[in-house]
Design a protein around this ligand. Structure first.
Ligand SMILES: CC(C)(COP(=O)(O)OP(=O)(O)OC[C@H]1O[C@@H](n2cnc3c(N)ncnc32)[C@H](O)[C@@H]1OP(=O)(O)O)[C@@H](O)C(=O)NCCC(=O)NCCS
Length: 163
């Protein structure tokens, strides 16, 4: 397995994937639109096949994971990608890595907590607001749960030190 940086050449297949699976070429977090082409990213591949991706945005000495996606679940892909992001923290001088997930995404909330991320904030009705800008966001998500809220999770150096 190898991890490579996303390049402009990757944009077309990622956008195609995002339009098919996530209803558009942008993702909204905290009311901000993130266009896939403008995000940095790392791609995990095996035998020349892309098996996972992490798209992120840096700023203010922190890193927002905008999308972490394993194309096949429960095979260790997400773990490899998140470990890589955490290992970059010191070199990149990030104070924290944070992300937004949705209230129905119990698998992701579990996954991140198992990897020392903490729930930092709940933005009640955050997804209802995002849906006004991105109509393809479904009303009902995983496990039949209505999707309304943004859950912010973070991994910080402080968590690392108190481990
Ligand atoms: C959240 C997400 C990225 C996790 O990625 P993943 O590749 O499925 O995660 P992993 O396989 O590394 O870990 C999941 C579980 O599978 C287990 N696992 C890993 N390899 C395994 C294997 N070969 N056999 C059995 N179990 C395995 C892991 O131990 C882990 O369990 P744990 O959390 O109890 O340790 C993935 O579910 C996903 O792509 N979701 C859709 C997109 C999304 O919602 N992203 C999050 C919001 S940004």
């Amino acid at each position: 397995m190898i991890i490579k940086e996303k390049t402009t050449e990757d944009n077309s297949w990622i956008v195609e994937y995002m339009e098919r699976e996530w209803g558009g070429n942008f993702i909204i977090t905290n009311g901000r639109m993130h266009y896939i082409e403008q995000l940095a990213g790392i791609i995990l591949s095996e035998n020349q096949k892309n098996i996972g991706i992490c798209l992120y945005e840096e700023g203010n000495n922190e890193c927002e994971i905008v999308l972490l996606e394993a194309f096949e679940k429960n095979k260790g892909v997400g773990t490899i990608l998140i470990k890589e992001m955490i290992s970059r923290m010191k070199n990149m001088n990030w104070r924290r890595i944070w992300l937004i997930t949705t209230n129905d995404n119990l698998d992701a909330i579990r996954f991140y907590q198992r990897r020392k991320f903490r729930i930092n904030k709940i933005n009640k009705n955050g997804i209802d607001k995002a849906r006004k800008l991105k109509h393809t966001i479904p009303l009902v998500g995983n496990y039949g749960i209505p999707i309304h809220d943004e859950i912010e999770m973070e991994y910080s150096n402080i968590e690392e030190k108190t481990d």
